[in-house]
Design a binder for this molecule. Structure first.
Ligand SMILES: N[C@@H](CCC(=O)N[C@@H](CS)C(=O)NCC(=O)O)C(=O)O
Length: 214
C-alpha cells in the first residue's frame, strides 16, 4: 500500500495511526507543507490520484481512496483485526458519530487555532475575537467529551477510530494552548491514555517536531 499524506495533517495522522495499529506495511509519500507555500507545490503524481487535491489518499493495488474516514473504514473491512470499531451496532454508531465530530466541529476550531496562533507567532497580528470564539468552542467540545466519557476509558468500546480522530485534532489544539481543563478529570485521563499509546505517541511526536521546524 501507498499513502499520500502530510506530516502536519490530522486527517493523514488518523490513517497513519490506523495502519500502524493494524500492523500494515505502507509506503508514505509526503505532500510538502511549509509556512511560506502551505500545501504546495503539490507533486503532479499526487494530483493525478487525488480528485480534491487533499491528503490523505490511499493506494492499495487497483484501489485509490481519498478521505480519512472512508480510508479507515476500508482498512477496518480489509484487515478487521485488531478491530478499531466496536462490533455492537450501538457502540459502532457512537464511534462513527464521535469521529464525525472530530472531523467536522473540532477540526473547524482547530483550523482557526492553526490560522491565528500557529501561523501568526506575533500576537499583535491575531484576530482576537475569532480566536476567542474558537477557544470557547473548543472548551465546550471538551466539556461534551467529559460527559461522553462517564464510565468509559475510551470514547466508544475499546480504543478505536473515534479516539484516534478526536485525539489527533485535540492533541494539536493542546500544543497551541487549548488542552483539557484541570476540572475535566475524565477527558484529561483519556487524553493521556490515548497519547501514551505507542502508535499515537510516535505520530504525535512526529507532528510536534514537524510543527516546531515548519
Ligand atoms: N475530509 C477529508 C479532509 C482532508 C483535508 O482537509 N486535508 C487537508 C490537510 S489536513 C489538505 O489536504 N489540504 C490541502 C488543500 O486543501 O489544498 C479527510 O477526512 O481526509
Amino acid at each position: 500500500m501507498k499513502l499520500w499524506s502530510g506530516v502536519l495533517s490530522p486527517f493523514s495522522a488518523k490513517v497513519r495511526v490506523a495502519l500502524a495499529e493494524k500492523g500494515l506495511e505502507v509506503e508514505i509519500l509526503e505532500v510538502p507543507w511549509s509556512r511560506k507555500t502551505r500545501w504546495g507545490p503539490k507533486p503532479p503524481e499526487f494530483l493525478a490520484v487525488s480528485p480534491l487535491g487533499q491528503v490523505p489518499v490511499l493506494i492499495d493495488g487497483d484501489l485509490t481512496l481519498y478521505d480519512s474516514t472512508v480510508i479507515n473504514e476500508y482498512l477496518e473491512d480489509r484487515s478487521p483485526s485488531p478491530a478499531l470499531l466496536p462490533s455492537d451496532a450501538t457502540e459502532r454508531a457512537r464511534a462513527r458519530q464521535l469521529e464525525d465530530r472530530a472531523d467536522d466541529a473540532i477540526d473547524r476550531y482547530v483550523t482557526v487555532l492553526v490560522q491565528e496562533v500557529f501561523l501568526k507567532p506575533d500576537e499583535a497580528d491575531r484576530d482576537s475575537e475569532t480566536l476567542a470564539n474558537a477557544v470557547a468552542s473548543l472548551r465546550k467540545l471538551y466539556t461534551h467529551l467529559e460527559l461522553e466519557l462517564a464510565g468509559r476509558e475510551y470514547l466508544a468500546g475499546g480504543f478505536g477510530l473515534a479516539d484516534i480522530a478526536c485525539f489527533m485534532a485535540l492533541g494539536f489544539a493542546a500544543t497551541l494552548g487549548v488542552a483539557p481543563a484541570e476540572d475535566q478529570p475524565r477527558v484529561t485521563a483519556w487524553f493521556e491514555r490515548v497519547r501514551s499509546r505507542p502508535t499515537v505517541a510516535t505520530e504525535f511526536e512526529g507532528m510536534t517536531k514537524a510543527a516546531a521546524t515548519a
